[in-house]
Structure formats: C-alpha cells, structure tokens
Design a protein around this ligand. Structure first.
Ligand code: ZN
Length: 297
C-alpha cells in the first residue's frame, strides 16, 4: 500500500530539516522549511499566484523573497503523501537523457554516446511523487534519476552560467517499458511514456542548499531491496554540460524538466532480466532532496 505520509529527512532541527523546499501541495506552490509551511500566494499577499508554473516564470523574484517565517503554518508530520503533486506539473518541455552513466552504458551492452542521447517523456506520463503506477506489461523497468527543473532558462547558456538558470532539483523515476522502448529502434520516447511513468518529487530543493549539487548519492529499491546505488558525479554529461548542450539548440523555458539519466542496476541489465510486478513498492531516493515512493498495480 502507499504509505500515507512523508517522513522528515533529519537534515536539520525541524521534522523536515532546515532546508527550504518548494512543494506542490494541493496544487498550490508551497514553501516548506523546518519552521513550517507558507502558501506562496497567501504568504506574499497575492504578489505571486498560487500555481507552480507562474512560480518558475518569476523564479528570480520568488527565490529572493524573504518569507515571513511568522506566517508559517505548522506542518503536519508526517505530511499526507496524497496531497503532494509533481514540483513542476506542467512543463512545456520534458527532456530525458539516455546512457548517461558509464556503468549503465556497460550493463546495457551499449556504446558511450559521443553527445547526450536526448529523448522526451510525453507530458501525460507525469505523476506525483507518491502516485500509484499501473504496469501495462511484465516488461517495466526502474530508473532512478536526478531531475533538473529550469528556472530562468534561456538559449545559448554556457556551462559556467548553467546552475544560475536552474530553479532546483528533485527526484524522478524514468519508468521504461523495454519492449515498446526497443520496438522503434533508438526512438525511446513512447516506451517511457505510459501513464504514471514519470513520477517526480517530493519537492524542489535549490542547488545552493546542497553541499555539492554535482555529487549526490541516488538509490532505488524494490520492496526494500536496493537495486541501484550510484552518485550523480558518475554522469557522462553533468548538469552543467547538459544545459549548455541542450540550450545550444533549443530554448529552455521556466518549469521545463530534465531527467538526467540513470546509474547501473536496472532490471534489463540482469541475467536473466528482472522487471517490476504488481504489488511491489518502488522507492527512489536522492541525498539531500528526499524520497519518492510508488506503489505498482
Ligand atoms: Zn532514463
């Protein structure tokens, strides 16, 4: 069953630590700190709207706002998981990067791509961090990934400026139906876009809240058994490079998201391959950000 609460991560004094997070709570942009939660619209007296999309469109202003901690509402602990939605629920573009960790390239028997292997997960696959996911077949694989949410965005962004156009980071699963994925050669997108195949959350953490945003441990477990355990420093193309290479071609818009690839340990890399089954619980964690949990049905 889907757990009914999100536990704190012990990263500070309050139940949710001292980090400042932006959550999608009941569809409203909500700041979460150790002191409590502040509804962005009410806490700004209407200067910002309630929706997440407008939060990213005015990210520079929003992220530099001094929030009046005195107006924070106490946080329910645990936070009811069913009230949390994806941190960027309506991105105009969803980018995903295949084969972006050396050990994952090896386990799939593939060649290291000379340029990022970019595909998309279509919009209708987006889901909240604790969404139940219906398995369309016996061939669905797990892929824990660091997900970048674009703030200011732009085009022609240098590696040096890359973090400045990012709103923050969140946890994602790039669920993949391997038969459909391979049916069209190297065009992955459809096999990665069944409903619920792109859960993200539990919230957005800004890069400056992390000790080293380029080196975060990411793990994935099925029914408590660890299947993936890597570090984002193992990416072939890191966040800075991905933003530079993507924005050399396309314009990155506020709220766009980038699934940055998965480390080794996926089911298709096993002999024999091992895939997800109904009844299992898939848990994906990134150090300093949090955990998402998806019941498979
Ligand atoms: Zn992936």
């Amino acid at each position: 069953m889907v757990p009914d609460g999100v536990e704190g991560d012990g990263s500070g004094s309050g139940p949710y630590g001292d980090r400042v997070r932006l959550a999608n709570l009941d569809g409203r942009a909500t700041i979460i700190t150790g002191a409590g939660m502040i509804d962005v619209e009410r806490g700004s007296k209407g200067r910002f709207g309630p929706d997440l999309t407008s939060a990213y469109e005015r990210w520079a202003e929003l992220s530099s706002t001094q929030w009046d901690i005195g107006t924070a509402q106490p946080l329910p602990d645990p936070l009811p998981a069913d009230r949390l939605g994806p941190p960027s629920p309506h991105p105009r573009q969803v980018f995903a990067i295949g084969l972006n960790y050396r050990d994952h390239v090896e386990e799939t028997g593939s060649q290291l791509p000379p340029e990022p292997a970019v595909f998309t997960k279509f919009q209708s696959s987006l889901a909240g961090p604790f969404a139940a996911v219906t398995l369309p077949s016996d061939n669905v694989d797990w892929e824990v990934e660091l997900v970048v949410v674009i703030g200011r965005g732009g085009r022609g962004i240098s590696e040096e400026d890359a973090w400045a156009v990012v709103a923050g980071l969140t946890v994602g699963q790039d669920l993949s139906e391997r038969v459909v994925q391979r049916a069209a050669g190297t065009h992955f997108s459809l096999g990665k876009s069944f409903p619920g195949f792109a859960p993200t959350g539990p919230w957005l953490v800004t890069a400056d809240e992390l000790d080293d945003p380029d080196d975060l441990r990411l793990t994935c477990s099925v029914d408590g058994e660890v299947r993936q355990d890597g570090r984002t420093s193992g990416m072939v193309f890191g966040v800075r490079e991905l933003i530079a290479k993507l924005s050399a071609v396309v314009t990155l818009w506020p709220g766009d998201i980038i699934f940055t690839g998965t480390p080794a340990g996926v089911g298709m890399g096993r002999k024999p391959p091992l895939f997800l089954a109904p009844g299992q619980v898939l848990e994906s964690t990134i150090e300093g950000i949090g955990t998402i949990r998806n019941q498979l049905v």
